[in-house]
Write a protein that binds this ligand. Structure first.
Ligand SMILES: NC(=O)C1=CN([C@@H]2O[C@H](COP(=O)(O)OP(=O)(O)OC[C@H]3O[C@@H](n4cnc5c(N)ncnc54)[C@H](O)[C@@H]3O)[C@@H](O)[C@H]2O)[C@H](O)CC1
Ligand SMILES: [K+]
Length: 533
């Protein structure tokens, strides 16, 4: 499913009107009518409630006027509160505003802050708010009158149904610009917007419905949006069944380089997660001094103890035996708990130079890359980096806030520039590819915010490499499965207190769930698609 930015949406709008010949008035009618249909499905007793449409002067307000008309025709008690001078409303919005008087829908004008205070009583009698203040036309911080109205809706204790966008939410980045509506549900037009699936925007959006307004599919294809929502159908489409005559050799052999004293679990979790995702064999290269612990933690995994018997973190003496082991390996996983000093950097350089295998680089491996950016030139389209926002900030010399302010752009720029597949972790993980395409994942839950989850993800992606999944697909499928496993584990044990090893344990069930297309039981975070009524 495409994720469409405000500029692309405006372009599609124009093409549909000018080149395809559907008048803007018809698009607005479709938008308002379909949104009303979905509102009534989502809030079935809406017609029995007093409904306020809080409208701005633009086309978002126009959609709100159409909704007011349909709701009034169905017998609802609707009042429109127009937060502008009536004379400022023009075009299709004005035409729809004018229709309301024939239906006796009251329109109360609140053109400035002073009059807002006088209308508070009328507003406080309402049971349901339809937010039609601002849509994709949001241009600057919401302040003054609009901020007052939004605060009022948010504090009313009544549900707010947003038209196209929760007012104040940036549709491209998912960041609130000033005050922002906290919607129970949002009906968006044509396509989901990135800001509705990225956080914190997803939390402001509530339940998301994508409403068909009649934009023909070729117009969308021509817009060539490079952003996608990673849907369960897509993830299921990537899955390839195992051959009936598969053996451990054909399911691929992983070499993982991870772990040091104090971080032995990281190594074990990478190895186990790779096997639970279907890797045939895993060899974990670990400092010899922690080998006994790792062997105890990860029974099915083979280990390659390197360095002296009392070596507890990778040093220069570990290098040659690890590099020798790259021969015949289908994939590499490098970084979790491996340390960040000169020896670790040299080891990473050696592995990136010597091996052509697809590789996942995570955690300390990413710190090594940030400390020695020359290494980035070895990524050559076959590496997947899996930074959390802090690691991403170090990698691209930004602050964490700058990364989080525009996660898609940050991941996209980095992946393009450095020819790497980049997984920017966090709620709404972003997967960016060297060709500029970007996917947003919606599986996973807040219970997964605990130590070791990243190590499991590294193992999952590496395990998929082993089975021959193409690099970019392994990154996307791995992220989806990891989140789904977290959702299944959360369903079974409760989300708070979830351990990374619980998620690892559930990976085979996640694979099975996706294969049998049974994911709806666990995952309820994808938009409902509503066809034109
Ligand atoms: N996409 C489609 O095919 C269709 C979209 N529709 C709806 O149209 C809006 C976008 O409409 P537009 O008139 O361009 O903008 P808005 O209504 O969102 O905003 C109006 C107006 O408000 C001003 N403004 C911007 N930021 C602020 C602010 N922070 N505070 C106060 N005022 C602000 C600015 O001047 C804007 O121009 C889209 O979301 C859909 O709801 C069509 O109805 C159907 C086709
Ligand atoms: K809105």
């Amino acid at each position: 499913m495409y994720l469409v930015c405000a500029d692309e949406m405006r372009q599609m709008d124009r093409t549909t009107i000018e080149a395809f010949g559907i008048p803007g008035r018809v698009l607005m009618e479709n938008a308002g009518r379909s949104a009303t249909g979905w509102l009534l499905d989502t809030i079935p007793d809406a017609l029995e409630r007093r409904i306020a449409v809080i409208a701005g002067r633009g086309n978002n307000g126009g959609d709100g006027f159409v909704m007011a008309r349909y709701l009034a025709q169905r017998g609802a008690e609707v009042t429109v509160f127009l937060l502008a001078e009536e004379s400022k409303v023009s075009g299709d919005a004005k035409a729809n505003l004018d229709l309301l008087s024939a239906l006796n829908v009251p329109v109360i004008c609140i053109p400035e802050e002073k009059s807002f205070a006088r209308k508070k009583t009328a507003l406080s009698h309402q049971h349901l708010f339809i937010d039609a203040l601002l849509g994709t036309g949001l241009k600057f911080e919401v302040k003054g009158l609009f901020a007052k109205a939004i605060d009022f809706m948010n504090r009313s204790g009544r549900p707010v149904f947003a038209v196209d966008m929760p007012s104040g939410l940036d549709s491209d980045t998912g960041q609130p610009r000033g005050t922002c509506v906290k919607a129970a549900a949002t009906a968006t037009f044509g396509f989901a917007k990135p800001g509705q699936v990225l956080f914190p925007g997803a939390a402001f959006t509530g339940k998301l419905g994508v409403v068909d307004i009649g934009i023909p599919p070729f117009v969308a294809d021509e817009a060539d949006s490079r952003r996608w929502l990673l849907t369960p159908a897509m993830a299921a489409g990537y899955l390839r069944p195992r051959e009936p005559d598969a053996h451990k050799g054909s399911a691929g052999h992983l070499l993982a380089v991870a772990g040091s004293a104090g971080k032995t679990g990281a190594a074990a979790m990478v190895g186990i997660a790779a096997m639970r995702s279907g890797a045939g064999l895993v060899t974990l290269a670990v400092p010899a001094g922690i080998n006994a612990i790792v062997e105890t933690l990860a029974t099915e995994v083979m280990t390659l103890p390197v360095g002296d018997t009392d070596c507890r973190k990778f040093d220069e003496t570990c290098m040659d035996s690890i590099l020798e082991q790259t021969t015949g390996k289908k994939a590499l996983a490098i970084g979790p708990g491996m340390g960040t000093g000169q020896a670790a950097r040299n080891l990473l350089r050696g592995l990136m130079e010597k091996s052509d295998a697809p590789m996942v680089i995570d955690a300390d491996g990413l710190t090594c890359l940030a400390d020695d950016p020359d290494l980035l030139s070895f990524s050559r389209d076959r590496a997947v980096f899996t930074p959390h926002p802090g690691e991403m900030a170090r990698l691209c010399g930004m602050t964490v806030a700058q990364v989080q302010n525009d996660r898609i752009r940050c991941a996209q720029d980095f992946a393009r520039t450095h020819h790497v597949h980049l997984v920017l972790k966090g709620a709404g993980t972003v997967i960016a590819h060297p060709d500029g395409t970007v996917f947003v994942n919606r599986t996973g839950n807040p219970g997964m915010a605990s130590g070791g989850m990243g190590d499991v993800l590294t193992g999952v992606i590496a395990g998929l490499f082993c089975q021959g999944y193409e690099t970019g697909i392994a990154a996307r499928l791995g992220v989806f499965l990891h989140g789904l496993a977290g959702d299944i584990a959360g369903e079974e044990t409760g989300k708070t207190g979830l351990l990374a090893s619980d998620v690892s344990f559930t990976l085979p069930r996640a694979l099975q769930t996706l294969e049998s297309k049974d994911h709806d039981r666990f995952v309820d975070c994808f938009p409902t698609q509503i066809k034109l009524a």
